[in-house]
Write a protein that binds this ligand. Structure first.
Ligand code: SF4
Length: 184
């Protein structure tokens, strides 16, 4: 097991805004978990992966973040102590499970943070039709970059006349390992 013991887990309210109803937590341990980062990045879809400093940022679906450092895990945005502890237990389980399975996983070294909104926008129909629920294609492009929506949410993109754009957009997103936040 790569991460068998957490030595300390501090849970606190962020000092920047103590009125916020969220908690942050920092877990520390002696094991070095950085060897599993490229595999966790592949399996869980890391938002940003800094290979130089070995920092992997995981964006969760409801405004929570988990940041992995070699000997530290930071959790941001938990609703309460129970959720902070549950998130830590979950990521510890993921790290250990992925580490065991790593030889069957293709490591991923890229990250979604490199996607450019303007590049996405250029590959959309750009009709500002609002069928996606956004007021303009620009807003949809920004949400797509964040993984908050899917390509299927832009109906015109699936029309035959936009096939070339759609395929280019799919290839562009895939080149950064894009995935929706609610993806399995
Ligand atoms: S549905 Fe597609 S084309 Fe229409 S506004 Fe949204 S992103 Fe633009």
């Amino acid at each position: 097991m790569l991460l068998d013991r957490i030595d300390n887990f501090d849970i606190f309210r962020p000092k920047m805004d103590a009125s916020k109803e969220v908690l942050h937590g920092i877990a520390t341990f002696t094991a070095d978990i950085s060897p599993v980062f490229p595999y966790v990045n592949a399996e869980l879809g890391g938002w940003d992966y800094d290979q130089t400093n070995q920092v992997l940022l995981l964006k969760m679906s409801d405004g929570k973040w988990i940041t992995l450092h070699p000997q530290k895990i930071a959790i941001r945005g938990a609703r309460d102590m129970a959720e902070a502890k549950a998130l830590l237990a979950w990521i510890q389980g993921q790290i250990n499970d992925i580490y065991v399975r790593r030889e069957a996983i293709t490591p991923r070294h890229m990250s979604q943070a490199g996607l450019k909104v303007m590049e996405i926008l250029k590959l959309l129909p750009m009709t500002n039709c609002k069928a996606c629920g956004y007021a303009a294609c620009m807003a949809y492009a920004a949400a797509l970059r964040e993984g908050e929506i899917r390509l299927e949410d832009c109906p015109p993109l699936w029309e035959e006349k936009f096939r070339e754009k759609r395929e280019k957009l799919q290839a562009y997103l895939e080149s950064f390992g894009w995935r929706a936040l609610d993806a399995d």
